[in-house]
Design a protein around this ligand. Structure first.
Ligand code: OSB
Ligand code: MG
Length: 372
C-alpha cells in the first residue's frame, strides 16, 4: 500500500468528570487525530495519546503536532509499504516521540486492516474476543466521593478497581476502601509520586492485598523499583518506565516489576506493543492495557491490542460514557454486566468514525501529501 496523505487534526473534548492523578487534574482533552489515506482513497484512523502538558511523559500536544507535521508525516507520505509493520522503521531517524509515531503507525494499521477487510484485532494476531475491563478512578475531592464512585463501578460489573494515590491520599484511603470493599480486585497507581525513602509506606500497604503498586517511583527508573520489589510482597507494575521492548526486557531481567502496563502510545504503536507483549509472555509476566483518557479512536485501538494472548489482566479500557457526553465513534464503546468488551467484527477498528462531530470539534488541521 502507498500512504498518499496524512491528515492531522486537533480536537477538544471536555471530560464528563475531571480526572486527577499525582501530577495534576485534567478537565478537557486536546487530542490529535491522524487520518492516513492510501492511493485508492481508503482511510485509517489513529490517536496521539500525548497529554495537554509534559507531565505524564515529556510528550505533549504542542510538541507532538510540529514533530508529526515537520518530520514524521513526511517520512511516511508517498512511501510504499508492504504493511503497517514497516511504518515504524520509516520514522526511525526521529528519536523518542513514541506517542507521535504511534498515532501515525496506528492509523496505517487501521487502514491496512480495512484494505484487507478484516478486524484490526485479528490482523494483529489477537486471540481473546472478549477483553476484561477495569476502571481507573482519579483522586477525588473527598474520600466519600471516591467510595461512591467505586460503588458505582463495582455495580456496573468492572472486574478491578484502580485508585490513584499520592502523598496525603494513600494509606488511609486504601484502608478506607478496603474496609468498605474487602473482596474487590484493587490496585493503586502513584504515577511516580514516591521515592525509596517511602519504602515503609509500601510495606504498610502490603497488608491490604492490592493486586499491584503501579509506577510508585520515578518515571524513568528501573533500578530503585527493583529494590522496592525485593522488599514488598505486592507486585510492582511499571507504566511510565517502560517506553520500549528493550525497557521491558531490562526491567524483567532486573526484577523491577512483576507486571507491565502496556500503553500503545507510550511504547510507539502496535508493532512495538506486540514486541513488549511477546517479551512479557516469554517471561511469564502478565500485561494489561493502560489508558490515556482516549477518545473512541484510541479506545478502539486499545481494544484491538488487548486481544493479544499476553493481556491476561483487566485493563483500563472502559465505556465511552464514563468519559464523554458523546464519543467520536459509533456505536460508543460499551461494557457488559460482566465487565468485558467484545472485540468488534467489522473491518479495521470496527467502529464508524463520526466525521461530522469531529469536524465540529476541530481546532486545527493540516494535511501532508506528496508534492507532485
Ligand atoms: O497512569 O494510567 C495512568 C490517565 C492519564 C495519564 C496516566 C494514566 C491515566 C489513567 C486513566 O490511569 C486511564 C483511563 O481511564 O484512560
Ligand atoms: Mg499509570
Amino acid at each position: 500500500m502507498i500512504i498518499a496523505a496524512i491528515e492531522l487534526r486537533e480536537i477538544r473534548l471536555p471530560l464528563i468528570h475531571f480526572f486527577e492523578t499525582s501530577f495534576g487534574r485534567t478537565t478537557e482533552r486536546n487530542i490529535i487525530l491522524v487520518r492516513a489515506i492510501d492511493q485508492d482513497g481508503a482511510e485509517g484512523w489513529g490517536e496521539c495519546t500525548a497529554g495537554e502538558g509534559p507531565f505524564y511523559s515529556n510528550e505533549w500536544v504542542d510538541a507532538a503536532w510540529p514533530t508529526m507535521q515537520t518530520f514524521l508525516a513526511p517520512m511516511v507520505v508517498g512511501r510504499e509499504v508492504a504493511g503497517a509493520h514497516e511504518v515504524w522503521s520509516l520514522m526511525r531517524a526521529v528519536r523518542g516521540h513514541r506517542m507521535a509515531k504511534a498515532a501515525i503507525e496506528n492509523a496505517c494499521w487501521d487502514l491496512e486492516a480495512k484494505r484487507l477487510g478484516v478486524p484490526l484485532w485479528q490482523h494483529l494476531g489477537g486471540v481473546n474476543i472478549e477483553i476484561a475491563c477495569g476502571v481507573s478512578i482519579g483522586i477525588q475531592n473527598s474520600p466519600e466521593e471516591l467510595l461512591a464512585k467505586i460503588e458505582k463501578e463495582v455495580a456496573a460489573g468492572y472486574q478491578r478497581i484502580k485508585i490513584k494515590i499520592k502523598p496525603g491520599w494513600d494509606l488511609k484511603i486504601v484502608e478506607l476502601v478496603r474496609q468498605r470493599f474487602p473482596d474487590i480486585r484493587l490496585m493503586g497507581d502513584a504515577n511516580s509520586a514516591y521515592s525509596l525513602k517511602d519504602i515503609e509506606l509500601f510495606k504498610a500497604l502490603d497488608q491490604f492485598k492490592l493486586m499491584m503498586f503501579e509506577q510508585p517511583l520515578a518515571h524513568s527508573d528501573i533500578f530503585d523499583h527493583a529494590e522496592l520489589q525485593r522488599q514488598v510482597s505486592t507486585p510492582v507494575c511499571l507504566d511510565e518506565s517502560i517506553r520500549s521492548p528493550e525497557d521491558a526486557r531490562h526491567a524483567l531481567a532486573l526484577g523491577s516489576c512483576r507486571i507491565i502496563n502496556v500503553k500503545l502510545g507510550r511504547v510507539g504503536g502496535h508493532t512495538e506493543a506486540k514486541r513488549v507483549e511477546q517479551i512479557c509472555r516469554e517471561n511469564q509476566t502478565p500485561v494489561w492495557c493502560g489508558g490515556m483518557l482516549e477518545s473512541g479512536i484510541g479506545r478502539a485501538h486499545n481494544i484491538a491490542m488487548s486481544t493479544l494472548a499476553g493481556f491476561t489482566l483487566p485493563g483500563d479500557v472502559s465505556a465511552s460514557a464514563r468519559y464523554w457526553e458523546e464519543d467520536i465513534i459509533e456505536p460508543p464503546v460499551t461494557v457488559s454486566g460482566g465487565g468485558t468488551i467484545k472485540a468488534p467484527d467489522q473491518p479495521g477498528l470496527g467502529f464508524k468514525v463520526n466525521s461530522a462531530l469531529i469536524e465540529q470539534l476541530t481546532r486545527r488541521m493540516n494535511k501532508i501529501t506528496t508534492i507532485d
